[in-house]
Write a protein that binds this ligand. Structure first.
Ligand SMILES: [Zn+2]
Length: 151
């Protein structure tokens, strides 16, 4: 899929929110999503030992709060220069179920890629709140509390 200027702008929006709002261990990842008509919604994760909520789901809820239930493109950016991260498995499932045609921006800022939500490669992703991203592709399974805290 070909990237548009609006896709790059979405990355910039998520990056700006990550830099501006992710300044504690409670908020470490920002996401930005765009509708087909160009509205942009952003959000940050809420980390907590009980599970917390990923930035992507905060964005979905924020959009729904504004009456928007159709998102076209989403990107997630981690704090402290960790750049773009792919949605976690739980978010992938939620996003796929709610927005089957959603496009996800992944890759590095220098080599952005745009993929349908259903075609994301099973690559390493950052669990919200996790501080190190240098671990290999075998990401640890999320704690039980995370999967029980959906919604
Ligand atoms: Zn997630």
């Amino acid at each position: 899929m070909e990237l548009r200027d609006t896709d790059r702008a979405l990355v910039q929006a998520a990056t700006a929110v990550a830099k501006l709002r992710c300044r504690s261990q409670n908020h470490t990842v920002a996401a930005a999503a765009r509708t087909a008509d160009g509205r942009v919604f952003t959000g940050v994760n809420v980390h907590h030992v009980t599970g917390g909520t990923c930035a992507e789901l905060i964005v979905v809820g924020t959009a729904a709060t504004q009456g928007v239930t159709g998102l076209e493109t989403i990107v997630t950016v981690a704090d402290r220069g960790r750049e773009i991260v792919a949605p976690c498995d739980r978010c992938r499932q939620v996003l796929r179920d709610h927005f089957p045609a959603l496009r996800v921006i992944i890759g590095s800022v220098e080599a952005l890629r745009l993929l349908p939500i259903g075609e994301l490669p099973p690559e390493h992703h950052v669990e919200d709140g996790q501080q190190n991203t240098t671990s290999p592709a075998s990401a640890p399974a999320p704690p039980a509390a995370r999967s029980a805290a959906a919604g």
